[in-house]
Structures are given as structure tokens and as C-alpha cells.
Design a protein around this ligand. Sequence first.
Ligand SMILES: Nc1ncnc2c1ncn2[C@@H]1O[C@H](COP(=O)(O)OP(=O)(O)OP(=O)(O)O)[C@@H](O)[C@H]1O
Ligand SMILES: [Mg+2]
Length: 476
Amino acid sequence: MQIKPQSEALGIPLMTEEAAVRREAVPMNILIVDDEQSIRETCATVSEQSGMKAIAVATAEEALEVLEHSAIDILLTDLKLQRTSGVELLKQVHGQHPEVAVVVLTQYGTIESALEVTRLGAVDYVTKPFLIEELRSRLERVSRAVELQQENRLLREQLRTRPGFGGLIGVSMKMQRVYKIIEKVSQHEYPVLILGESGTGKELVARSIHFSGPRKDHPFAPVDCSALVPTLIESELFGYVKGAFTGAMQAKQGLLEAAQGGTLFLDEIGDMPVDLQAKLLRALQEREVKPVGSTERRQINVRIIAATNRDLDAAIRSGTFRQDLYFRLNVVQVKLPPLRDRKSDIPILVTAFLEKFSNPQGPVRTISEDAMRRLIAYDWPGNVRELENAIERAVALGSGPILHVADLPSNLQYPTTERIPEKDEILPLEELERRAILRTLRETGGDKLSAARMLGIGKTTLYRKLKQYHMDHSEQ
Ligand SMILES: Nc1ncnc2c1ncn2[C@@H]1O[C@H](COP(=O)(O)OP(=O)(O)OP(=O)(O)O)[C@@H](O)[C@H]1O
Ligand SMILES: [Mg+2]
């Protein structure tokens, strides 16, 4: 099947990678409140260098005014302000703008512990006098945490508004192409052959095709060709008449007939014995079945969808799969990409599985940035099924609202596949950094959010570095 270029309107209200990148391009808004002009200016400069948009004011009253009218993400405020104090400001912000992350600026010795900061409703603090670098790293850290929260919220929204393709989740271009094929083929009668590694969602795609098409009110009958006892496949598929063999006390309808009007899903078709393949082919061509022990043929009207994780070309070459059956089944082919080739789908899949496995009475769990980075970096040989199992297990084992690296399966906690550098050459640190960014962006298909996660830096830091290395318009 010919796939049109990405630019073609998909007609699917999903967030494209382009949109994901566009979303990233929106800078964080930081509101700085301090009565000292020089501090305001320094903080604004540092924030802007980190890719944020800064607004600086001198009083709590002005700050509340700004908060009322602009979308502020981070509030950096001194605790000692004229008239209304910083503490009072924090109380009001907490009540009226709970989504704003607060960082307090304090005189050395004012705040004794991180606990006190939390009590004030702040996420972090910086003590005056501060070093520029310290302020920068604090702000970037907070900005990363805010990004993560906003990302979680967005992913959830996306999950709720995504169109239903039988539970298929994924926003990558590769998956959008799959949705497009499903949308088209579901309206037709052609046989479909679904190829893909184990756990990539072949059965889910088969169901989506059936349930979005005109046969949706008729049966969807899956047959696992690898699990059937070879001697019984024939009677299972075609049925038998009473007395056809010892023990056949009653006639039984075969699966082909039971799926009448609907779809027969031949799963693991590559595992079907070769002699049966010929019989299946005949039934499909003639659109009729002859139950075992019967001389009578019965008309069948079923749509065929087949799936396998085997390399059917190789099977044909080695004589274990009939080429004529292959031609019959392979009218439209859907190739499901392995998860490692569409890593930008990992965050939304994780969000979906967190929702799925969280206790409905309790809060939905979220995942730490570090843990998400491990999930994105891992290669997922078992694809979506393996990811789903990993999240299910992590939710069962983790205790708090946030899942951490320690809750993940051990092969993700201690990755054994440390990447070996392409060449063992000594390079300036900046060049190494530039190359690392470039490679990661290639790996994530240009998805900057995933790239930032894999690199262990915030999106704003990544943007700053892209700018620094003049990579913000080219090379990806
Ligand atoms: N895109 C997806 N979105 C949501 N869930 C998915 C997706 N792909 C796979 N899954 C989930 O992963 C699991 C495996 O999917 P499925 O059984 O369809 O894979 P498969 O390709 O048929 O694997 P196998 O070859 O091992 O039979 C299921 O629980 C399914 O719900
Ligand atoms: Mg399957």
C-alpha cells in the first residue's frame, strides 16, 4: 500500500510531532518580585539566558496584578517586601494560582531548612547573596519540574481527546500512518496482513480495523494458529458433522462459519502447518467451507485479517509458507514499527498505562523525570507489551504518588547496554556535547522533549544549547 507523505492532511485531531515541537517552543514565563532593582535585573537576565520570558516587579501588589492577567509558570520572590510581605504573597498565590511554582529568595539565615520552604508552599529557595550560576541551575531545575508537570497534564488531555482506534495509543508520525491505513482499509473488504514484532499491537490493529468498519456488529473471531493442536486445526476452522470421527457426538460449526458476516483474525499465521495452508487458501478463494466428514459445502462471508511476527519471505523461501496463500492474504499490508523506532510515543503510552493501572479511588500516579528518561532510553525488545508490564509492575510495587527508577524492572535500573562511543577519540567537551545532542535528536526523530529527557536536561537548557551550537534551525 502506498503511503502518502506526512504533509497530507490526516484529518485526525492528534498532536503531531510538529505540534509537539511547537508546544516546546513556548517559553516559560517567570515573574520576579524584589524591591531591589539590581536583583530584579540580575534575575531577569539569568532567566532570559535560560530561555524564559521574565517580568520583574517591585511589590506584592504588582505581582498579584500580573498573575491575574498573564500565564505565569514560575514565581521568584523575595520574602521581605514593602507593604505586603512575601509570605502573604505566597499565601495568596497558593490559594488563587496553585499551578504556579514558587521559588523564594531569602537573606542568608532566614530559612533554616527545606521543610520550611515547603511549608511556605515553595518548591525551592535561593539565599542572598547568590552566585549567578547557582541561581541559573536552581531556576533551570525548577523549570524542568514545571515542564514535567505541564507535560503530564497535556499528555492526559491528549489521551482524553484522542480519537479511538480500538485503544491504540501513539502520536508519532509512524503511528499516524498506521491510523491512516486502518481508517482506509476498515471501509473495504480486502484481506489485510499485519506484520510486526511481538507486542507491537498487531491484535489491537486487527480489532480496530474490524470495529471501525461496516462489519462491526458481526463477530470478530480470533484464531491463534500457533496454539491450535495441529490435528484439530481443520475441524476448528471448518467444523465437523456428527460422527465425522470418534467422539464427534454432535456437529460443530467451524470458526470460519462462526465468523459469518464478520472478521476472522488468523493470528500467528506463519505458524500454520503447510498442508492446512492449502485447504485454507481453497476456502478463501471459493468462499465456502466443507466441514470435516461432510460432502456439503457451505457459503462463507468473512473478512480475513492475518498477522505474524515471522519473516514470511524467509518462510516462503524455506518452503514452510505457501506463496499463493501469501499473495492471497497480503493484499494490504500494515507494518507495525517496533517501539524503539518511535520513542516519541513512550511518554503518552506511559501516561495511559499509569492511568490504567492506578487505583481508581486513589490519585493517578506520575513518574519521575529520571524514570521516564530510563524508559525512553531503553530498547524495548518486547515492545508495547513489555512497557505495559513494566508500568503495571511499577505501579504495584511503588508506594508514593511518583514512580521512581527504583520501581522499574531491574534491567532498566542497571542498563547493561551502555552505549559504546562511536570512536574513541578525544574531543573538546563542547564538541562532545554538540554531538551528543545531535545523535539524541536523530534517535528521537527530532522530538526535542524526548531528547532533553534522554540527555538529562530540561527543554529550556536544550533550547539554549541548540542556539549556542547554531543547531536551532538546521541539522535535525
Ligand atoms: N499502540 C498501542 N497502544 C496501546 N496499547 C498497545 C499498543 N500496542 C500494543 N498495546 C498493548 O500491548 C499489548 C500487546 O499488544 P498485542 O497483543 O496487540 O501485540 P501483538 O503484536 O499481537 O503481539 P504478539 O505478536 O506477541 O501476539 C496489549 O496489551 C495491547 O493492549
Ligand atoms: Mg498477537
